[in-house]
Design a protein around this ligand. Sequence first.
Ligand code: BGC
Length: 772
Amino acid sequence: MIHFIMKFKQLQYIIITSLILLVTSCNFSNQKKTVSNKPDNIEARVDSVFQLMTLDEKIGQMNQYNGFWEITGPVPKEGQAAMKYENLKKGLVGSMLNVKGAKEVYALQKIAVEETRLGIPLLFGFDVIHGYKTISPIPLAEAASWDIEAIQKSAEIAAEEAAAVGINWTFAPMVDISRDARWGRVMEGAGEDPYLGSKIAEARIKGFQGTDLTSKKTVLACAKHFAGYGFAESGRDYNTVDVSEATLQNIILPPFKASVDVGVKTFMNSFNELNGVPATGNNYLQREILKKEWQFDGFIVSDWGSINEMIAHGYAKDSKEAAEIAINAGSDMDMESYAYIDHLKILIKEGKVEEKQIDDAVKRILRVKFELGLFDDPYKYCDEVYEEATVGKKEFHEGVLDIAKKSIVLLKNENKLLPLPKSGKKIALIGALASDKTSPLGSWRIGADDESAISVLEGMKQYKDNQLVYAKGTDVAIGRTQFMWETKINETDSSGFNEAITIAKQADIVVMVLGEHGLQSGEGRSRTDLGLPGLQQQLLEAVYKVNKNIVLVLNNGRPLAIPWAKENIPSILEAWHLGTQSGNAIAEVLYGDYNPSGKLPMTFPKSVGQVPIYYNYKNTGRPTMNEPESVFWSHYIDEENTPLFAFGFGLSYSKFQYSNLKLDKTSVTNNEKIKVTITLKNNSSLKGKEVVQLYIRDLVASVTRPVKELKDFKMVELAANETKEITFLIDEKMLAFYSGNSKWETEPGGFKVFIGGSSDKTLESNFKFVKK
Ligand code: BGC
């Protein structure tokens, strides 16, 4: 989310900050011994600390404060810095967020460990969404790689770098499924599909948490936002969510369930209401499903101020009632509402909250602290020498470059305009985003400095045997508002058009980098227009008039509706916001040093009016026109139903051909598997990678099922002209869904299987499931 730094505004923070650093700048040697770090058994260790705690100290563990340096949400309380500092010293804080740097973390940890009665160490949370200082592609872009190993590696890099600056808990991955490109936070997730989303959730969690949480290179992960946040009505952030139980179970919850199964240690609930009940006060979600049914043994943190936001929702009359609702519904830690610390004690006295709810929450939090090894070494993340040697390591840059290349999706390539010839050409590079060194970092960039990304201009300059000329054409974003890192769109200044047109006229090939600035997607950045912001569409058309050999490189944090470009521009490369190594990755793909292999994780609409548009839609009772010119079928009179670019779509410089779909049997029962094969041929002289996708349709069921659902995929590499047989296995589990009987089950009957390189282009066959 926005990192609006308010250093200037909040003088008191600066004073307190200096005080903390001053008081704690002595060395580690006079460290007080923390309690109970002997027994091996974590539960026994948790109990040994727990038994010593007063009620106030227990409630303190459930209290999370923002740090003294940066903030990522509205400031709820005046005079908070002094009060936070006092509470910290009294042992009434369990965690801080937005504190970074080994020195700053050490300063606060030292207070918790050495000045409080029990010396319980703090958790330090931060939004390490796609890297700390060495920024990887935005999560939506990484999802486009469909490369689970590379995604896990990217999270490993983020964890190692973040841990080196004192952070021990990332508020990631965001596993919200979304079908609405207007929602600014689609950039932060894995797109629209629950299966792909689950695989990516698992990979990211494994990457962050590793196999050893006590290692110096791993951090706690946090599956967020539980639940339904991505289904905000009309794509407007924080808006109402109203979905059926079937949609909740079949679409929204699977990545959360996968997160629990892979061992995620924390969850964050969400700002939205779900079917009338705010997620933060939602007993069904948090206690029934997450803690009881899924047996989650970590803890749930609220979203920023979301406990108190239940007042605005009209669900709690004041902060005290909000605290009561939230704890009773299973929210374990309060992020920046000050509701638990202010009201839980009195709520217990009044009998509105049972002490056992507090005990459960506190044990969950302590357990995670033990698992992280904090009681054994609370300062393991506070080593300034290690920090210096680790942040921005060369290997990190190599890693983020690798995933950046893999995230790029080739959307169109007519006349073989791409890859670009490496010599003898005059290339005009146009677009403000082509030289922008900040935008590729996206809106979550924590430790990255402005201007620290490689621009496309810099990336392309390395290919020296062509003549490269650059013109901005038009600015996308103009300036930032005073306190928020927010951009305004340039709607008026076209003074750079002429220069762009002049260089385009003289060029053999034009590369135009257009799209959204990195700060035009993310939290609080919903859009109603999905076209190219500002004057960029006009610029594109003006350049096209003088030179049609255009390669359009898109930079964006969400699907865009760009039908004119699809119709007219010969080559289009989807390059998202790719992080620190952005320009190098794009240049390598433009010049064919990397053969693109990405596939869209989210449907691109033809117009905003089609949104929400997604591949796994339901058929309806009137899916097609059954007589000429009829209007009585499910359609628009001014737009087709089909998307601009479908989920799963993406080209390569190689040419892949699918044929020969075969099933080894046409009927299966429980515990059996069907073997499905296809033949994949690389019909080109270039080695390349293809993501082969398997979809299934349940033809008749107790609740209607989507026309297609992704159930498996394989990344296959083929040498020039190579042919391979690709095999999948279909089992009963893949056919299960949340049925009309309100449970997960597989119903007997007919199914279709589809295999292809995109959700809208598949070979298909039929089979039956017979229940034993
Ligand atoms: C966002 C969360 C984030 C939190 C802390 C909230 O506004 O919704 O995703 O983790 O701020 O920065």
